[in-house]
Design a protein around this ligand. Structure first.
Ligand SMILES: [Zn+2]
Length: 173
């Protein structure tokens, strides 16, 4: 039976050792009892507090922004979800996919901004996601995260705001 990682909440920590120093493969948090007891303090090997690490995991899919890369973190496995958290787990997985997508697609910032403003313009004209993707000759999966973010900014669909929020959520910038 594995232990629950206090940062991402998945069951990733091997609990056989007497002194657990496992690093979570999902969020890259190092298991550290002292840091868990004093969750608001930045102590121990992680160099940040558990509270910060949890917030980072939600934002970046890793306990620290610099670990938000497939080299360090991965999706939780099915057996790492507890039944109670199954729903939340699925949500996290979707989120993880989004983050992975944003990191991998390598769209340069200027180009990304242009894409966002094109999508916003088209949304103002009430075009559907599929139509926008077709017009811009992009995969729906590329357009969709921007489209979904822009929806929050209806009816003006301010591209600057959408772009800012996207960068914040997907790259932390
Ligand atoms: Zn974790």
């Amino acid at each position: 039976m594995k232990k629950k990682c206090p940062c991402c909440g998945f069951y990733t920590i091997d609990s056989d050792d007497e002194v657990i120093t496992d690093i979570c493969e999902v969020c890259f948090w190092q298991y550290d009892i002292t840091a868990h007891e004093q969750h608001e303090r930045s102590i121990g090997p992680n160099g940040i507090s558990l509270d910060e690490a949890k917030a980072n995991y939600k934002k970046y899919g890793a306990c620290k922004r610099e670990f938000a890369d497939k080299k360090f973190v991965r999706k939780p496995l099915n057996e790492e979800l507890s039944s109670k958290r199954e729903k939340a787990g699925v949500k996290y997985m979707q989120r993880w996919e989004e983050l992975a997508y944003a990191r991998e697609d390598g769209i340069a910032e200027g180009e990304h901004m242009r894409l966002v403003s094109q999508i916003c313009k088209k949304m103002k004209m009430n075009q559907s996601l599929e139509k926008i993707a077709e017009d811009l000759v992009e995969e729906v999966s590329v357009i969709e995260p921007i489209y979904n973010m822009a929806k929050n900014y209806a009816p003006n669909y301010d591209p600057e705001k959408v772009f800012k929020q996207m960068s914040f959520e997907f790259t932390g910038g």
